[in-house]
Design a protein around this ligand. Sequence first.
Ligand code: PGA
Length: 250
Amino acid sequence: MRRRIIAGNWKMNKTRDEAVDLVGDLKETLADVGDVEVVVCPPFTALDAVREALRGSNIELGAQNMHWEEEGAFTGEISPLMLRNLGCMYVILGHSERRTYFGETDETVNRKVKSAMANGLLPIVCVGETLDERDAGKTEEVVVRQTKAALSGVKTNGAERIVIAYEPVWAIGTGRTASGDEANRVIRIIRQSVAEVFNERIAQEVRIQYGGSVKPQNIADFLGQPEIDGALVGGASLDAASFAAIVKSR
Ligand code: PGA
């Protein structure tokens, strides 16, 4: 049985002080949650303060991106060692906004996934098709390509701890969502790709989330699907009440 994982991707939102307020509220509201793994991914500038604020809670910390090198002349970048040192357990990699606006490719995402694993960080690898790709009937081809590329060359040992987020790009921040059935179908295909890269056991253990306009009102439709192991939540994770409602959805 895979343990459900709900992660909040705060994107470029929340100052340090706002971030501390938000996790203060979450810590209280989610204190009784044990069966779901909860992760918050604040901007880099709030990681340290959020780590302090989360002490004694059951909420894990994640970052939204990183460079693949451990250190060096890469102005403006953040390394896996730095994230580990700040107490991060997870790092979101290959988010569509990074692919679209910041030139991330299947190759750079793969480098980052390998580096994260080598440095003791668990990647939340994002894959998903654009609207054009969907309309052209290429959803399956795109998610298979992105999944296999991201995981290529990753050691099998420990690979079951990788998390994948299926985020149809046309559903991110738009208020449109895939249906639960549709997301379940694509996630089954992603899981098959994981089996082809590693093996069937790992594919059955890897957790695959749905992401894209997840809200308290629609989360149950996704979590009711057999292949969907949780959600990567953007906008609705910025408000303690709505994120808590998503985490507590049954
Ligand atoms: P959204 O973002 O929930 O605001 O659509 C999801 C994501 O980009 O991870």
